[in-house]
Ligand binder design. Structure first.
Ligand SMILES: Cc1ncc(COP(=O)(O)O)c(C=O)c1O
Length: 371
């Protein structure tokens, strides 16, 4: 008998929770193993190089201060990000992962009856958050696996408050380029806040990376850029992301966040990671090589993976859930994409060379069982 569901807000009770990639420990328990050794997680687009040694040293140094509340404004980290992007310190806000910013954006800008526009195959959290605020999520069609920014513009209604472009897009791994993004920003009507969710941008080679912070600098259109330390910077477990926008947008977001939303440990590690350019260069190199290894290996096995600019690869497979289970049995965790509205696709993250090899070997064993 349910005691609470009848008492809850109906739209919350009906909400489908986000399904994250399975943790190593959970899979170890399921396989009856005493430890996580030998299990490879390629399910959440993390950086399997592990945290930068500089970030680890900064965390060690922060331990004796753990009895104190964090700096609620994340001053030093905010200042370092502002300097890196050439913007004011009042144009940056730190959050508990960029996931928190997505919720805070809805909190600040959306109310019942408003619309949120995104693409049909994109990060599922946008849709979940729209439902939390009793808003409609309008999913614009894509051109194959890439955002169709014209279709997104056409999907905007007078009730639309937010349009969110994940770039590169999760789960398809595709990019819309600088010229397309700039044209889009010009054409989005002024009653809509344009959000670029750039969780994977630092993994791209600098010459193809897209700059949307220039729109915040210019201050002509309501544009917000989200970035995170979870992906290229290898700090997903600490939960730290940031928003960059004109100061009045940052003021609004500061009104709806918790006072201490980023821990002292997270601030210290992120500050050190931000300054560790060598780690980023190594991460990009690992990604370049690993992605080529994975794409070649998957094609050899007869699969048709989507060309990706970032650290995960989407591929169609009719029995996606069965394949995921068969790989899990072989100690490789990948992500079936049913929760993202793609029940016949699997997404695999690019890991270390040996992990990618373990995935390809497990795949080679599993595929004949499923054909
Ligand atoms: C497109 C996109 N945005 C945001 C996030 C959330 O990242 P985090 O909350 O770890 O910063 C993810 C994580 O997978 C993502 O893929």
């Amino acid at each position: 008998m349910s005691l609470f569901a009848p008492l809850a807000n109906s739209w919350i009770a009906a909400q489908r929770p986000y399904q994250p990639g399975r943790p190593l420990e959970e899979v170890a328990r399921e396989l009856g193993l005493q430890s996580i050794d030998g299990i490879v997680k390629l399910a959440s687009n993390e950086n399997n190089l592990g945290p930068s040694p500089k970030a680890m040293a900064a965390m060690q140094a922060a331990i004796p201060r753990m009895h104190l509340y964090p700096d609620g404004g994340s001053y030093y980290l905010r200042r370092a990000i502002a300097k890196k992007f050439g913007i004011g310190e009042d144009m940056v806000m730190l959050g508990c992962g960029s996931n928190e910013h997505i919720v805070l954006l809805a909190h600040a800008f959306m109310k019942e009856g408003d619309d949120l526009v995104c693409s049909e195959k994109t990060f599922v959290v946008y849709k979940l958050v729209a439902a939390l605020y009793r808003c409609r999520c309008i999913e614009a069609p894509m051109q194959g696996m890439t955002h169709d920014l014209d279709a997104m513009l056409s999907a905007i209604t007078p009730q639309t408050k937010l349009v969110i472009v994940a770039n590169p897009n999760n789960p398809t791994g595709t990019l819309v380029d600088q010229a397309a993004v700039d044209r889009f920003v010009e054409r989005v009507p002024d009653h809509v806040v344009t959000v670029f969710d750039e969780a994977y941008m630092e993994l791209l080679e600098p010459e193809v990376a897209v700059d949307t912070v220039k729109h915040a600098r210019a201050g002509k259109k309501p544009v917000i850029t989200l970035r995170t330390f979870s992906k290229a910077y290898g700090l997903a477990g600490l939960r730290v992301g940031y928003a960059m926008a004109q100061p009045d947008a940052i003021d609004l977001l500061n009104k709806v966040r918790q006072p201490f939303n980023v821990t002292t440990m997270a601030q210290a590690a992120a500050l050190a990671a931000l300054e560790d350019e060598d780690y980023l260069v190594a991460s990009r190199q690992m990604l370049r090589e690993g992605r080529a290894q994975m794409m070649t290996g998957m094609r050899k096995l007869g699969l048709d993976p989507v060309e990706s600019v970032t650290n995960f690869i989407l591929f169609p497979f009719a029995k996606a859930a069965e394949l995921t289970a068969a790989l899990t049995k072989r100690k490789v965790i990948v992500r079936p994409m049913a929760g993202f509205g793609l029940p016949q696709h699997v997404r695999v993250s690019v890991g270390l060379a040996a992990e990618n090899e373990q995935f390809l070997k497990a795949l080679a064993e599993a595929l004949p069982e499923l054909q």
